[in-house]
Design a protein around this ligand. Structure first.
Ligand code: ATP
Length: 360
């Protein structure tokens, strides 16, 4: 088990900059996910950690050891990729023992290590089958097991759950979490699926365009996004954004939305805010409330309602803005009606229009 430091790590393919000077310190035993849109550099970052790609700049350290120029076999990393690449002509047992044999581990130790990991992953019954005789989820477990027997210092996973159906994905996700609890090996997991990342990780790296946008706990990236990109990328349905201008009335600063204004507590601002500043107000759908009785709010048109079972996603229109609200399933709200809504004042964010940086 080891910590991983990325110091100003960059990676170019010809003129294409895939990763731009990334800095990150992943603690020993942490479970980290890297999320971000397609092509943002997640896999490249993982491959640089693994030694499968050479960094174009910067350095990679495992603990205090610089490994930037070390080939993969000198790094003691375990890797599971979406394309599982089990050897089809070998039994599960032989697949799992293969790496140990290459490393020259004696027969009896190979056997006992495979048995131990197979027990952990609940695949003992499958050891004499061939990969073709396994379900997708079982193949997944074998691929993970094959890596675990090598007792890696670092475990790297690249979308290993992507090919599975939704139910199996949740099962394997829970197993991976349990495995991480048991073994505690430093793990970096690349995924498109932010929900998966939120539930599994100690911390999340949100990437865009080859750069880290935020590296923080799931709670932090959700509730305190660094910028508009993170705010928009994390959370389903996405945060609502409304362009607005700050306006001072007397001693109080308001965000003027056109259809309503929201009071801004200047003590909570990350920098000084001024009358006339252009910002984008962000509010998550679950922080848009339907008003009842005499509660104050602005008037909206309910366009349509999507029930999800537990909740309802309410699609609203107010002025030029389309917004979404999430309300409880039992709330009585239907399409084509006029309702009053309010934003929870302690749950709004302001982003600088130009830079997207969070200022409140
Ligand atoms: P996805 O989610 O689609 O897998 P990603 O975030 O993992 O994407 P990368 O695979 O790291 O993205 O790719 C980052 C950029 O680098 C992309 O523009 C990609 O086309 C480019 N790239 C990746 N590998 C190579 C390569 N071997 N040669 C040239 N360009 C590459």
């Amino acid at each position: 088990m080891t910590s991983i430091s990325l110091n100003s790590v960059g990676k170019q393919f010809g003129s294409l900059v895939a990763v731009k000077s990334v800095d990150a310190l992943i603690d020993e035993g942490e479970f980290i996910s890297i999320v971000g849109p397609s092509g943002c550099g997640k896999t490249t970052t993982l491959r640089v950690i693994a030694g499968l790609e050479e960094a174009s700049s910067g350095e990679v350290l495992f603990g205090d050891n610089e490994v930037t120029d070390d080939p993969p076999e000198k790094r003691n990393v375990g890797m599971v990729f979406q394309n599982l690449a089990l050897y089809p002509h070998m039994s599960v047992r032989d697949n799992m023992e293969f790496g140990l044999r290459v490393d020259g581990v004696p027969d009896n130790e190979c056997g006992s290590r495979v048995t131990k990991v197979a027990k952990m992953l609940d695949i003992e019954e499958l050891l004499d089958r061939s990969p073709a005789e396994l379900s997708g989820g079982q193949q997944q477990r074998v691929a993970i097991g094959r890596t675990m027997v090598l007792d890696p210092d670092v475990f790297l996973l690249d979308e290993p759950l992507a090919s599975l159906d939704a139910k199996l994905r949740v099962e394997i996700r829970e197993e991976l979490q349990e495995l991480h609890r048991q073994v505690g090996v430093t793990t970096v997991y690349v995924t498109h699926d932010q929900e998966q990342a939120m539930t599994m990780s100690d911390r999340i790296i949100v990437m865009n365009d080859g750069e880290i946008q935020q590296f923080a706990t799931p709670d932090e990236v959700y509730n305190h996004p660094n910028n508009e990109f993170v705010a928009h990328f994390i959370g389903t349905p996405s945060m609502n954004f409304i362009d607005c201008e700050l306006a001072r009335k007397g001693d109080t600063l308001y965000a003027d939305l056109g259809f309503d204004s929201v009071k801004i507590d200047e003590n909570q601002a990350a920098r000084s805010l001024a009358n006339g500043d252009s910002v984008r107000l962000g509010v998550r759908p679950e922080h848009v409330d339907l008003c009842h009785d005499n509660e104050e709010g602005f008037t909206t048109n309910v366009k349509f309602v999507e029930p999800t079972g537990k909740d309802k996603i309410v699609h609203l229109n107010v002025g030029d803005e389309d917004l979404k609200a999430i309300v409880e399933g039992e709330e009585n709200v239907v399409g084509d009606e006029t309702r009053r809504m309010a934003f929870r004042s302690d749950c709004i964010h302001l982003f600088e229009t130009e830079s997207g940086e969070c200022v409140y």
